[in-house]
Design a protein around this ligand. Structure first.
Ligand SMILES: Nc1ncnc2c1ncn2[C@@H]1O[C@H](COP(=O)(O)OP(=O)(O)O)[C@@H](O)[C@H]1O
Ligand SMILES: [Mg+2]
Length: 270
């Protein structure tokens, strides 16, 4: 049923999940932090006919989650030549919108295990509206025929506001960051214009456009603490990312945001 006779091919290129393999038309994942919620989420997406996410097929004899393998192109490293293409970027914003339209009926599950983050983070005053993907990196999207076709890797999915999800989308596809930390193909882009195009393609509300950049700055500040905490408590890929300097990238991005937030906010509202 699960293509169990096929060869196990390691899937590399992600940052965190150890032991991820492709087996025939499936992938096998060791269950993550919020595996039950992700299972229910993927089942919900299937029930409403959303095709832009893997299907949850069950658990194999080794206790791994079995999901469908989605054929297509993933923009891993080195980045493909098209990574900065505006049509690609717009297709990602459209896919995120379609995902939100599909996920909103899932509601906000209660009794979720607390996210792994340090105690004492300031309250964001940002009530959740839906379960966001929250990790919309090039590695977590499958493209087909030049368009974003599916989101994969729902490990960081959590209840968030639409504005918070758009911060994550713009972080990767705007992108937000100091030039020297960006992939060479993503340098010298017109981020304000791109963020505006993303907001329009998504259909972001005016109140959300107003609060987006202050939220981006608050979230980036938190990200430094959260990444450090995850590196210290979870080790693995988190510790590797920290030792490779992700903390500095976040700090540089904080300076970049302080310098560019007003211009981007103006573009979002113009
Ligand atoms: N369902 C899937 N369909 C197609 N490719 C996948 C799927 N799941 C994972 N992959 C591939 O494996 C890589 C790593 O998987 P991912 O789930 O993102 O792991 P990590 O948690 O380490 O980021 C992805 O970037 C993608 O190339
Ligand atoms: Mg991933």
């Amino acid at each position: 049923m699960f293509d169990d006779d096929a060869e196990e091919i390691p899937l590399l290129g992600g940052d965190v999940t150890v032991g991820l393999v492709r087996v025939g038309r499936t992938v096998r994942r060791p269950p993550a932090e919020r595996a039950e919620m992700v299972r229910d989420l993927l089942r919900h997406l299937e029930s409403v006919g959303f095709t832009g996410a893997p299907r949850y097929l069950g658990v194999d004899s080794a206790g791994r989650e079995v999901l469908t393998y989605i054929e297509g192109e993933v923009a891993g490293r080195p980045r493909p030549a098209w990574i900065a293409d505006e049509d690609r970027m717009l297709s990602v914003a459209h896919l995120v919108r379609a995902y939100h339209d599909a996920v909103v009926g899932f509601g906000i599950p209660d009794n979720l295990p607390a996210p792994i983050e340090p105690a004492g983070l300031p309250d964001l005053d940002d009530p959740p509206e839906l379960v966001g993907h929250q990790d919309i990196t090039p590695e977590n999207l499958v493209f087909r025929d030049g368009r974003a076709y599916a989101l994969i890797d729902f490990d960081l999915a959590r209840p968030v506001s639409r504005a918070r999800e758009l911060v994550n989308l713009m972080l990767w596809w705007g992108p937000f960051g100091a030039e020297e930390d960006l992939d060479p193909l993503l340098r010298n882009l017109d981020s304000p214009r791109r963020c505006r195009l993303i907001a329009d393609a998504y259909g972001l509300s005016e109140p959300d456009r107003h609060r987006l950049m202050p939220l981006a700055e608050a979230l980036n500040e938190r990200a430094w603490h959260t990444m450090k905490h995850r590196a210290e408590t979870l080790g693995g890929g988190w510790a590797r990312m920290w030792s490779e300097g992700v903390g500095n990238v976040i700090t540089n991005r904080q300076h970049w945001l302080a310098k560019n937030a007003d211009t981007i906010a103006t573009a979002l509202l113009a």
